[in-house]
Design a protein around this ligand. Structure first.
Ligand SMILES: Nc1ncnc2c1ncn2[C@@H]1O[C@H](COP(=O)(O)OP(=O)(O)OP(=O)(O)O)[C@@H](O)[C@H]1O
Ligand SMILES: [Mg+2]
Length: 262
């Protein structure tokens, strides 16, 4: 089967300014020749230490960041060559779920306004259609239509993440980058959000790139795992192969450092 997402030898460097004089510092090489294929329906885990380039890769795939060189294909098309219309369709078909449900929802907006934003951007103006879509996604994510008239501060962290997931899924996308979607949440509700993501994957036939520090969750959730280390994918394979017979020294180190992984 052809890959839904195909990353080919991508490089990304950040020029940084630092210090009180804003002097130019050495550029940060965040991605150093990354290649990765994601098949339709897969959940690919992306694991690695802080600063290894995971979010940068996710953002490049979603075209939220430009790459320096290399190519990224979505459904066979090079995303750098997208027309305006291609980009519009791409925005509809893809979504991002962030780590922190406290900062990702505008506190001044009601839930219905937050969830309506993607509809407005995509020109869905019909009031009845909007209400149907809002009610349907809010129920699918385990909240109630009554919640649409409330504000983010009235919800718990787990509920806010459900709202963020509803916003990412309201246009029925096919590919989602979930960037540490549970790491800011209480341990007791992490499993609920993971199971919600799995449930929605089956309902919407989704494909996920799942970025995480939590190897236990990755083992439970992902079909394949990619291990990132200092801007490179040093190992990639079926989840069980990675856990049972890691090849790269860094993967071994990572697995040994996690309590409770057999
Ligand atoms: N906008 C930016 N400007 C400058 N440097 C950046 C920027 N974004 C990321 N970086 C740098 O690029 C490198 C990779 O960052 P990235 O956020 O992709 O790491 P990560 O693997 O997602 O880390 P974490 O697990 O902490 O989220 C880091 O050294 C980071 O400081
Ligand atoms: Mg990150």
């Amino acid at each position: 089967m052809e890959n839904l997402v195909e990353v080919k030898n991508v490089f990304k460097t950040f020029d940084t300014k630092g210090g009180i004089l804003g002097k130019k510092q050495n550029p940060v090489k965040a991605l150093k020749g990354v290649s990765l294929g994601i098949k339709r329906g897969e959940i690919v885990g992306l694991v690695g230490e802080s600063g290894s380039g995971k979010s940068t890769l996710g953002n490049c795939i979603l075209r939220l960041l430009d790459t320096d060189c290399g190519e990224i294909f979505y459904d066979g098309k090079n995303i750098q060559n997208f027309s305006k219309n291609d980009t519009k369709i791409f925005r509809k078909k893809t979504g991002l779920i962030f780590q922190n449900p406290y900062s990702s929802l505008n506190p001044k907006m009601k839930i219905k306004e937050i969830l309506s934003e993607p509809l407005i951007v995509n020109g869905i103006k019909n009031k009845k259609q909007k209400i149907v879509m809002l009610n349907s996604i809010i129920e699918l994510t385990g909240l109630s239509p009554d919640d649409l008239d409330r504000y983010p501060h009235e919800f718990s962290g787990g509920q806010r993440q459900r709202i963020a997931i509803a916003r990412a899924l309201i246009l029925k996308p096919e590919f989602i980058v979930a960037d540490e979607p549970i790491s800011a949440l209480d341990v007791s509700i992490q499993a609920q959000i993971i199971n919600l993501l799995l449930d929605l994957k089956h309902k919407f036939n989704l494909t996920y790139l799942f970025i995480s520090h939590d190897l236990n969750v990755v083992k439970y959730l992902c079909t394949r795992v990619a291990i990132m280390y200092r801007g490179e994918i040093v190992e990639i394979g079926e989840t069980m192969d990675i856990f049972n017979s890691p090849k790269h020294e860094y993967t071994k180190l990572l697995l040994n450092s996690i309590p409770g992984v057999a």
